[in-house]
Ligand binder design. Structure first.
Ligand SMILES: [Zn+2]
Length: 283
């Protein structure tokens, strides 16, 4: 037993739709969403504290003005991304979370190699053409980071070598991808545990939103960072806790409700209301 039987794992390269799918599955069924992108600074700090040389090199590289940065080899880019190092850190994060309800964990660092035996996992895999097109859309007018395309190649090879379970997402909409993931995990989701009370679901949504706030604060606290974190706008999950809600609310970090989370007001999309009732899963 790995102690992580309560985790549903979703891997895949940048641009595969992991975050959207994981948060929708979590919201529909009252599960906890572990969003890897909200832990990158915490993971970098852990790597630095452990004396990881690639993490230290990345900090120097990042602090260097773009025009003066040395060109990186693919191997160096990958090492400095902490792609491999972040796998065990993610396992540690998940072990530290409450066992109930089930957790949907997603991230590029989730690879067949780093998972405990018997893990329930799926990889969302776009072709390289579709991955590039999706990332171009997301990053325009900026160029797609080379690292993201490199990770696409590496993860494709890792998933194929391990003959791991995958969903090819090229021709799927987000709704269809959610449905495909739900079919794969249907028995486990049905067995639970799930949060069925609105208040508990709101706590899970707040957990995910608070992770976004913490990530932003950590990013703006970097020695080389500029700007005001309070004015930085991010998308937060609507905390109405209705299983059918897919709304996000764009807020500056400074406008996000203060601590303690248990008593601060919910973040709500226009027209959405909190419910105090027992909730049924979305169908
Ligand atoms: Zn809502």
């Amino acid at each position: 037993m790995s102690g992580l039987e309560n985790v549903l794992w979703i891997g895949g390269p940048p641009g595969s739709g992991k975050s959207t799918v994981a948060q929708r599955v979590a919201r529909r069924h009252g599960l906890r969403w572990y969003n890897s992108d909200a832990h990158t600074w915490a993971h970098r700090d852990r790597a630095l504290a452990a004396g990881n040389p690639a993490a230290a090199r990345w900090e120097v590289w990042r602090a260097t003005p773009p025009a003066e940065r040395p060109a990186l080899t693919a191997a160096e880019m990958l090492a400095m991304s902490l792609h491999v190092d972040r796998g065990p850190m993610t396992v540690d994060d998940l072990r530290a979370l409450p066992k109930s309800p089930l957790i949907v964990a997603e991230g590029t660092q989730i690879t067949p190699r780093m998972l405990p035996p018997g893990s329930q996992a799926v990889w969302l895999m776009p072709s390289s053409r579709v991955q590039r097109a999706r990332l171009e859309e997301r990053h325009k007018p900026l160029a797609v980071p080379e690292l993201y395309l490199l990770l696409g190649q590496i993860i494709t090879a890792e998933v194929d070598d391990a003959n791991a379970r995958k969903i090819v997402v090229d021709d799927l909409t987000p709704v269809e991808t959610v449905a495909a993931v739900e079919r794969l995990f249907a028995d486990t989701i049905a067995a639970g545990p799930r949060a069925t009370i609105a208040q508990e679901r709101r706590q899970l949504l707040r957990y995910a939103n608070r992770a976004t706030v913490a990530q932003m604060e950590a990013g703006f606290a970097r020695p080389w960072a500029t700007g005001d974190v309070a004015a930085a706008v991010r998308s937060f999950l609507c905390e109405c806790a209705q299983p059918t809600c897919v709304a996000v609310v764009d807020l500056p970090i400074g406008a996000f409700p203060g601590l303690p989370d248990a008593t601060s007001p919910p973040v709500l999309a226009a027209g959405h209301q909190v419910s105090g009732d027992r909730l049924l899963d979305a169908r």
